[in-house]
Design a protein around this ligand. Structure first.
Ligand code: VGL
Ligand code: ZN
Length: 199
C-alpha cells in the first residue's frame, strides 16, 4: 500500500496577477515542494479549458462573473476566462518541482462541462481516469494541497473520500477563493465525508 500527493491546479491564472487570482496562491509552492519528499507518488492536476468554455461568464452574454447558472448537470459558477489551453496562464508555477510528477491529470477540457474534481467532471459521472491510475498503482492514502481550497481541492478530496481513499487535505498548503462563504461550506462538507484536515 502506497501514498500519493495530489497537487491541485498550481497554475499562473490562480496566482496573484492571474486571471482568477487566489490571494496568496503563490505562497504555498515552496511548502508543497517540501511535502513531496515523503510520498511514493506525486500527481499534478492542471485546469485546461478550451477557448469559449461554458464555465466562462464571457460565454453567457446575459450573465456576470460569479453568477451561478443552472447547467444540464447542475449549478455552475461563471468564472473569468482562465487556464485556456496553451496560454501562459495555464502553465504551472515555475518554482513548482514538476520533475516529481509521475502523472499530470488535465481537466475541464470539454467545452460543455466544467471539472473541479480531479476524479470526475462536474456532471459527477464522467471520470478523469485518476481513480484507475491510483488503484492500479496500489495507492490507498491520498494527500492533497493546492488551489483553490473551496473548489478544486474540496471537490477532489470529497470524491476521493467517497471512492474509499484515506484522504487528508493540508489546509496550510491550500488557498481559497471564498465566494459567499464557500470556504466554510467546503471545510464542513469535507469533514462530513471523513476527509482529514491537517492544518
Ligand atoms: C478552479 C474555479 C474554476 C480551481 C478551477 O482550481 O479551484 N476554480 N476552475
Ligand atoms: Zn477552471
Amino acid at each position: 500500500m502506497s501514498k500519493a500527493l495530489i497537487v491541485i491546479d498550481l497554475q499562473y491564472d490562480f496566482c496573484p496577477g492571474g486571471a482568477l487570482a487566489v490571494p496568496g496562491g503563490d505562497q504555498i509552492v515552496g511548502g508543497i515542494n517540501e511535502l513531496m519528499h515523503g510520498f511514493d507518488a506525486v500527481v499534478f492536476t492542471q485546469d485546461w479549458h478550451p477557448e469559449g468554455h461554458s464555465s466562462f461568464a464571457s460565454s453567457h452574454p446575459d450573465h456576470n462573473i460569479y453568477d451561478v447558472i443552472e447547467m444540464p448537470y447542475g449549478p455552475q459558477v461563471l468564472w473569468p476566462e482562465h487556464c485556456i489551453q496553451n496560454t501562459s496562464g495555464a502553465e504551472f508555477h515555475e518554482d513548482l518541482n514538476l520533475a516529481r510528477a509521475d502523472a499530470i491529470i488535465r481537466k475541464g477540457y470539454r467545452s460543455e462541462v466544467d471539472s473541479y474534481s480531479a476524479f470526475f467532471e462536474n456532471d459527477k459521472i464522467t471520470p478523469t481516469g485518476l481513480e484507475g491510475y491510483l488503484r492500479t498503482r496500489n495507492i490507498n492514502d491520498l494527500h492533497l494541497a493546492g488551489l483553490a481550497t473551496d473548489f478544486c481541492v474540496a471537490y477532489s478530496a470529497i470524491d476521493a473520500a467517497k471512492l474509499g481513499f484515506n484522504t487528508t487535505v493540508h489546509t496550510h498548503l491550500c488557498k481559497a477563493i471564498n465566494l459567499d462563504g464557500s470556504l466554510e461550506t467546503a471545510l464542513l462538507n469535507m469533514k462530513k465525508e471523513g476527509v482529514l484536515l491537517h492544518g
